[in-house]
Every structure is written in C-alpha cells, then in structure tokens.
Design a protein. Structure first.
Length: 319
C-alpha cells in the first residue's frame, strides 16, 4: 500500500509538471477553458472504459476487446437507426449487446478455463469483424442534434463536457464498489491469490464473469458517447483505443499481475496520458508520435512497479 501511495503521489507531481510545462510552452493556452474542454472530450471514452477494466485487471485478468465492443456498439447504433428504431430503444439495446459481448468473454474464461489474454485478443478481432458485417464501411451521421450535442457542448456555465460528468458519476460508483464493499475486497483477494479466495468461500467464477459483463456494458456506453461526439456511427470507431486504456490503467499503478491498484491512481493515469497527448497535439505532433508516446508510457507503467519492487527487496536484504 505504501508503494502504491508513493506511485500515486508521483503521478500527481507529474500532472503538475505537465500542466506547468504546457502552460509555458503554449503561451497560457494549455490551461484555458477551451483547451480543457477538448482535453475532457479526448479522454472521455478512455476514462469510461478504464473504470471496469481496472477491476478486471485487479482480479488478475485482462480484456483487450473493449475498443472492438465500442466499435460494434457504434455500428449497431447506425444499423438500428437506419432500420427506423427510435434512439430511446436503440441505446439500452446497445448496452445490453455490450454486456452480452462481455459475458461471452467471461464465460470463455471462467467456464472453459481459457486465458483472458488469448480470449480477448480473439474477440477483439471477432467483434470488430461483426461491426463490419453489421454496418460495412459506411457511416451514419443523421442523428438528432439533441443527442449529438451531448458530446460537443459543455455543461451550462462550465467548461466541463458531459462525458466527463458521466465518467465522474461512474467513477464514484466503481470507487465505492472497489474500495468500500465486500465485492471489492473479493476482487482484490482473487487477484492476490485465486486459490486462497476460492477456499475462503468467494465465488471466483461469478465475480470474474460479472466484471467482464461490466466491462462490456461500459464499453458500449463509451461507444454511444463516441458516436454522438463525432456525430458518426462507423464500424471502425475506436480502433486502437484499447492501447490507450490499458496504458492509463497500468500507468495508474494497477499491477498487471492482479491484486494491487486503486481507482484514484487510474484516474490520475488517465489525466496524465490525456494531458501529454493534448500537449503534443498543441505542438502539432503527428499521430505516429502520439502512438509512440502511448506505447512508451505503457512500457514504463509495466517496468516501473517491477523496478520499485526489486529496489524494495534489495533494501530489505541489505538491512
């Protein structure tokens, strides 16, 4: 826990450094209301998907299909809209479809005993392929302005975009579930020692299945937000987004081996990743460089805790 607190403190320090550097290098525009609004829009879907993925990774599993579920959800919105369905019916249907995708992942992992890495790499391709089957390479963009404004306008009187408000509400709910409930204690116990958790009476398979279902449902919500933000339903929406989400979660101090991490650290990781990307965009940096930076942050987030753990072990041995 002490190492985790140190890591979170370091993240907050890095956030301050990025903010000050951005403010100086952009002549004060980095922390302007307009730029912070677009920063919030940019990290909205990442923040949403990172919330349930945090619980999945803390439980010792991984879900790499989340961005494909986002794309499939977007394709379903476009297909059902073209079929004449009202959005009031489309949106809950899409969320249920996302939950079903998550349930497929969870059942393959918990009932067949398959590794979640292999399963979700497979469903990453499967769900993206289904999105292409559903909508093809076309785009649907004739949605009502009352819905698309959700992703393009701030909360009245503020510079806060609506997706960030949604992410904040869900963050509170997921934070309570992970850090202040018996369910959250079960998630940590499973990630730390699955066999021990099973012998202590925890329904390991049921907990893991529920986490995958949550990840699928929230990825579908992110697909709705993404579709309305760009006013376009496409099968390729969110391609590659899983890299940024996993980088943010691991950068936030969640152990890739499970059993460790906090939602506060993950939110700080999302802000740090988004702030760096936003700063590079303001400097007219290419998309390729943004991808490289995201990959480097992912490597750092995996290596840093391991190095810290080894240093701590050496210090104990020395004393």
């Amino acid at each position: 826990m002490r190492n985790l607190l140190r890591w979170e403190t370091a993240l907050v320090f890095l956030l301050v450094v990025v903010a000050l550097t951005g403010q100086v290098s952009t002549d004060g525009s980095f922390l302007s209301g307009g730029n912070l609004f677009y920063l919030g829009l940019d990290i909205g879907e990442i923040a949403l998907i990172a919330l349930p993925l945090t619980l999945v990774i803390v439980a010792g599993e991984i879900d790499l299909s989340v961005a494909s579920v986002l794309g499939l959800s977007s394709a379903l919105i476009g297909w059902l809209w073209n079929a004449g369905w009202p959005l009031e019916t489309i949106l809950p249907t899409v969320i249920v479809a996302g939950a079903v995708c998550g349930a497929v992942n969870g059942l393959l992992v918990t009932r067949l005993g398959l590794p979640s890495l292999a399963v979700t790499i497979g469903t990453l391709a499967l769900y993206r392929g289904l999105a292409l089957v559903v909508l093809g390479d076309t785009a649907v963009a004739d949605f009502p302005a009352s819905y698309t404004s959700f992703g393009t306008t701030p909360v009245p009187g503020t510079d806060i975009p609506y997706p960030i408000v949604l992410a904040a509400v869900l963050a509170v709910l997921f934070g309570v579930a992970l850090h202040a409930s018996s369910f959250g204690r079960s998630v940590y116990a499973i990630g730390a020692n699955e066999e021990g958790a099973r012998f202590s009476g925890i329904r390991v398979k049921r907990v893991k299945l529920s986490l995958f279902v949550l990840a699928g449902a929230v990825a579908a919500i992110a697909g709705i937000v993404y579709t309305f933000r760009f006013s376009s339903a496409r099968a390729d929406n969110g391609v590659g987004l899983e890299l940024a989400v996993v980088a943010a979660v691991l950068l936030g101090g969640v152990s890739i081996f499970g059993g460790k991490g906090s939602l506060f650290g993950v939110l700080a990781g999302v802000l740090l990743l988004g702030g760096l990307r936003n700063l590079l965009i303001l400097q007219d940096t290419s998309t390729e460089v943004l991808t490289i930076v995201t990959g480097l942050l992912l490597l750092v987030s995996v290596l840093a805790p391991s190095i810290t753990r080894r240093v701590g072990t050496l210090r104990k041995a020395a004393t």
